[in-house]
Design a protein around this ligand. Structure first.
Ligand code: GLU
Length: 137
């Protein structure tokens, strides 16, 4: 079962989001990721335990901003890989989506969106939502 944490407030979002994900670790998961908004979106995700994500943040630099969200994934569509970890982005990198559950009709949605020119980078059902929101923007 996945875990989702979101924060909007006066403080730095990332430490709060990571602490929330730590508290959700007991639920079990196969990958984890975060998105932080500060003008643009800073996104980092990794297969494996939270420690893998934290090591990547330490290595690549932590995104800063006071709006953030995080996800621990339990894969249903697509292998547990960095690429399939949440958040998922639209083509422009303006929309980030994390999601719990299954989108039953993701295949026809994906095919339609691809025909219309949307480029998918993951195997997940979730990524459809980022492209659907992009379409509406
Ligand atoms: N179906 C989504 C996926 O496979 C979400 C899984 C979850 O709830 O963690 O990425």
């Amino acid at each position: 079962m996945c875990g989702i944490v979101g924060y909007v407030g006066p403080d730095e979002a990332l430490p709060i989001v990571l602490e929330g994900l730590r508290r959700l670790e007991y639920r079990g998961y196969d990958s984890a990721g975060v998105a932080v908004l500060d003008g643009g979106l800073g996104v980092l995700k990794r297969a494996g335990k939270l420690g893998e994500l934290e090591a990547a943040l330490a290595h690549e630099g932590s995104p800063s901003g006071s709006v953030g969200m995080g996800h621990t994934r339990w894969a249903t569509h697509g292998a547990p890989t960095d690429r399939n970890a949440h958040p998922h982005l639209d083509c422009a990198g303006r929309v980030a989506v994390i999601h719990n559950g299954i989108i039953e009709n993701f295949q026809p949605l994906r095919e339609r969106l691809q025909k219309e020119g949307h480029e998918f980078v993951s195997e997940t059902d979730t990524e459809c939502v980022a492209h659907l929101v992009e379409e509406m923007l």
